[in-house]
Design a protein around this ligand. Sequence first.
Ligand SMILES: Cc1ncc(COP(=O)(O)O)c(C=O)c1O
Length: 442
Amino acid sequence: MSNRLKVTPNDLSAFWMGFTPNRQFKKAPRMVVSAKDMHYTSSDGRQILDGSAGLWCVNAGHCRPKIVEAIQTQAANLDFAPTFQFGHPLAFELANRLVDIAPAGLEHVMYTNSGSESVDTALKTAIAYHRAKGNGSRFRLIGRERGYHGVNFGGVSVGGIVGNRKMFGTLLTGVDHLSHTHNLAKNAFTKGEPEHGAELADELERIVALHDASTIAAVIVEPVAGSTGVLVPPKGYLKRLREICTKHGILLIFDEVITGYGRLGTPFAADYFGVTPDIMVTAKGLTNGVIPMGAVFVTKEIHDAFMNGPEHVIEFFHGYTYSGNPIASAAALGTLDTYREEGLLTRASELAPYWEEAVHSLKGEPNVIDIRNIGLIGAIELAPIAGEPGKRGFNCIVRGFEHGAMLRITGDIIALSPPLIITKGQIDELVDHVRDTIRAVA
Ligand SMILES: Cc1ncc(COP(=O)(O)O)c(C=O)c1O
């Protein structure tokens, strides 16, 4: 590694970092300078095991050759091309490839640059769809407590994490929320899907009784809630939600920003749970996190509802300058090739039993009040330090990095989601890191 890469800049003040305690970070930065496969290299030259696939996005591991090559080649050939009124082949090729791996029925794709944009695209599409069908009174959006749908106004409005909401005024109007499904009293230390809580989907009936179905456009949920600290849906919950949505003509949106592209051992969580939404929101793993890009999948029915009127008129007034950007499209195609060649969209299903046992071996460690898992996701919930919620979790980040693991924390919950290339040996290593960390912060 060149000396230049090893240097930590001595003025960190200009970059106002997101979702980070800036003052603490800048006093003791946790800096990485390169990455390969399962590891980062820190600025002081240490190997750091990636326990969270970056931010749940580097599903194929770091700096994978097919993706690197695709980006390099594309940057030298066609750097940018508009996809408003013009096109380039890769964006179309990618959409076809995506539809090929998507659950049956999701036949069209719109591109964005992030999960947050994908969410807002989905919400707008849902409202506009109803209007296109002559049901303009369906404007309400239903989210869920503890949901995370990114940081734009639409996503924050349907999201249910108080810290992300309370600073930002009125948010969108016409939004209501289902209860979250987290129930430590009944479901603690469940392996896989919890037994209790499917009936919480029936709350949608209560919301329909309050507002009337004729005012509700869509329900949006993460199939497995991630950023709130990994909430696995109770058995039967998502099926019930689907049935109630269908009964009332309400669109069901799955936010698969973290569950998409193999995280559960199926291409999408929709496949895992056998529940197909009307709109499916993705990003992150689409390009292995390498280039910002998201994709929103919709049914033929939704797409076709817009395809009317004079042919020279734009059908849907929505899109981003970088939608289907050529380099992002190339990165996504390189990513899909890597997933296919290495079987990564289903690899988590082979590892899941081993992963489950490994993660649950942490039961009994100090302050561990719950352990949850599904696919290649795990969460270890720690009791907070009295009067200082989040402090124990934060200590885990710092301690983990010092000792060679990047751990993702929400409050006092450690959320594990390693790259899907992880070996069994590395699973043991990761769980050992977590065990040492939990003991150290006790
Ligand atoms: C379920 C879900 N939706 C949306 C987002 C937002 O994605 P982005 O940070 O790319 O805007 C995230 C990010 O973690 C997410 O987990």
